[in-house]
Design a protein around this ligand. Structure first.
Ligand code: ZN
Length: 164
């Protein structure tokens, strides 16, 4: 079965219409179909769209970043964290050295303790994507092997850890 690489621009809003994120003004996003590079519901909503198409794709939380899990909110001693300087609610940092370590959000500061939330910042939110498809092309064998889309120069110009 052939897979496609789709390149698109998006504006992401919550259901109140507030812009949460956007690629407009920056580099468009490219993804390999079926690789999990973008959230499931967005990929479903974009399936079969041709280059040049603009669309609105609503994605419920369950098919975006999942529902919130309150057991992921924990009290941690500030001194146990590798963070220097003042910490305030809303601050975000990686929970470990690894580049893929989850992002945690500070929900509260109580004395020498922090309330840390390991839920994805967009967990629990129904999302509204406004997208414009810029290009659709067949994926290369290399992309299918790697499980992600490559830019113009192949794997060398993105940080996927599989440079060869
Ligand atoms: Zn690659």
């Amino acid at each position: 079965m052939s897979r496609n690489v789709v390149t698109f621009h998006y504006t992401l809003r919550d259901t109140a219409g507030q812009v949460l994120d956007a690629s407009i003004g920056g580099e468009p996003i490219s993804f390999l179909e079926g690789s999990g590079q973008i959230v499931e519901g967005l990929e479903e909503g974009m399936r079969g769209l041709a280059a040049g198409v603009k669309a609105k794709v609503g994605v419920p939380a369950a098919k975006a970043y999942g529902e919130r899990d309150e057991t992921q909110v924990q009290r941690v001693l500030k001194s146990l964290l590798p963070v220097e300087g003042e910490i305030k609610p809303g601050d975000q940092f990686r929970a470990g050295e690894d580049a893929f370590a989850p992002i945690v959000t500070v929900r509260g500061v109580e004395g020498d303790e922090l309330l840390l939330d390991a839920n994805h910042p967009l967990a629990g939110l129904d999302l509204e994507f406004e997208i414009e498809v810029l290009a659709v092309r067949a994926a290369t064998n290399e992309e299918c092997e790697h499980g992600h889309a490559h830019g113009g120069g192949g794997c060398g110009n993105h940080d996927c850890g599989c440079k060869s």
